[in-house]
Design a protein around this ligand. Structure first.
Ligand code: PLP
Length: 406
């Protein structure tokens, strides 16, 4: 049994009030809240073990290195990746996608094409556009269909062997919540000899993701949307590719030997991890995964899916609300507009009533443009939300609609 009240009590912030109202946190697609276990792990690291990793002969450095490298293995275990060399620890999904674009640039020539999903987060669009400027590559969008999913059929029509060199798509769109056909896109990339780059930032919090099974060349995730601290994320890459690609940033940790007559680079994964890493938050990430195991992640997802179905049903049935997209499969994101009201006004009034929702373009301006919207309000759920919060939300929305429309 998934004990929702016990789970909520693990998240201290959920007990707070906003404008004198109990907080209802529906902004989980922007970042998730953190359980006490994660906060404790970070505090414990700084209180008992803090030291720089990899270079020290002293006890603390050894302990910090063991904890940091142990966290890497733990993270790999969660995502089905057994080779620590394929797990590059970075600042977030954004940094992972920038790393991929910049190192792949050394393998691209002017006129080569990168197919990019129309519903991508800006983190999976802009790094490719930058290569268009610096390397003369062509960025072509894979169109979104009417339901809000990336069209594999249209991607197949666009992909050309010898010209298409990268297919970069999101596993789940953060503005709509649509789950895209990643096995299909990975297969297509393989068929045309292109690299597959998957933005998994919005998938990881809502489903079991087995990176090895998906088989993409690169898969980027963000820890802070998965109950872990901000400032940590992972780029998973296939070893043969990572071996052959050049390093990204230069500095400490990523080198084997430095001399003014030439420098040699460290082995994987450290070749791609220049400088002191985010040790504490990597340990916090492993603690978050331990926490998710302790509450039964599958049961948590099931609870969240039930909430989402309830929310979507109520929202779609509401005469004054328009929900963005209707994918065949989606995660617990609900992007919506109140007919005749601006999303910012909706979000501001909801905040007064204690509800945290996001408003605007959600870092996916091309998605908004496609659907002819300036922005939306977005309620995004997590497993620690409740059915009662959804009922209160629908009542609050009715009040807000009464205030904003006639
Ligand atoms: C949040 C998000 C990102 C950015 O992730 P960070 O770890 O915050 O850099 C990228 N893509 C999608 C789909 C996201 O939801």
């Amino acid at each position: 049994m998934f004990d929702i009240q016990a789970v909520r009590s693990d998240f201290p912030i959920l007990a707070r009030q906003v404008h004198g109202q109990p907080l209802v946190y529906f902004d989980n697609a922007a970042t998730s809240q953190k359980p006490q276990r994660v906060l404790d792990a970070i505090a414990h690291y700084y209180e008992a073990t803090n030291s720089n990793v990899h270079r020290g002969v002293h006890t603390l450095s050894g302990e910090a290195t063991d904890a940091y490298e142990g966290a890497r293995v733990r993270i790999g275990q969660w995502f089905g990746v057994t080779d620590p060399g394929e797990i590059i620890l970075l600042r977030g999904a954004t940094e992972g996608l920038n790393l991929v674009a910049q190192v792949l640039a050394t393998r691209l020539s002017p006129g080569d094409e990168v197919l990019v999903g129309e519903t991508e987060h800006h983190a999976n669009i802009v790094p490719w556009q930058q290569l268009a400027t610096t390397h003369g590559i062509i960025v072509t969008k894979i169109p979104v269909n009417a339901r809000g999913e990336l069209s594999l059929t249209e991607a197949k029509a666009l992909a050309v062997p010898g010209r298409t060199k990268v297919i970069a798509v999101g596993h789940v769109s953060n503005a709509i919540g649509a789950i895209n056909d990643i096995p299909g896109f990975v297969q297509l990339a393989r068929e045309v000899g292109a690299y597959s780059v998957i933005d998994g930032a919005q998938a990881a919090p809502h489903m079991r993701v087995n990176v090895a099974e998906l088989g993409a060349d690169f898969y980027a995730i963000s820890a802070h949307k998965l109950c872990a601290p901000t400032g940590i994320g992972v780029l998973f890459g296939r070893r043969p590719l990572l071996e052959e690609l050049p390093p990204w940033q230069g500095g400490g940790d990523m080198i084997e030997r430095v001399s003014f007559s030439g420098t040699t680079f460290n082995v994987l994964p450290w070749k791609f991890e220049a400088g002191t890493p985010n040790i504490a938050d990597t340990i916090g990430f492993a603690a978050a995964l331990d926490y998710l195991d302790s509450i039964d992640f599958d049961a948590a997802i099931h609870h969240e899916e039930t909430l989402h179905a309830t929310l979507i049903q109520a929202m779609q049935a509401h005469p004054k609300i328009q929900v963005l997209g209707s994918p065949n499969k989606w995660v617990s994101v609900c992007s919506f507009n109140v007919v005749g009201a601006h999303p910012t006004d909706v979000g501001t009034l909801l905040d007064q009533l204690g509800f945290a929702v996001r408003t605007g373009h959600h870092c996916a301006m091309p998605t908004m443009e496609h659907f002819g919207l300036a922005g939306t309000a977005r309620a995004s759920l997590a497993f620690y939300n409740t059915r009662e919060e959804i009922e209160r939300f629908m009542n609050a929305l009715d009040r807000v609609i009464g205030m904003l429309t006639d």
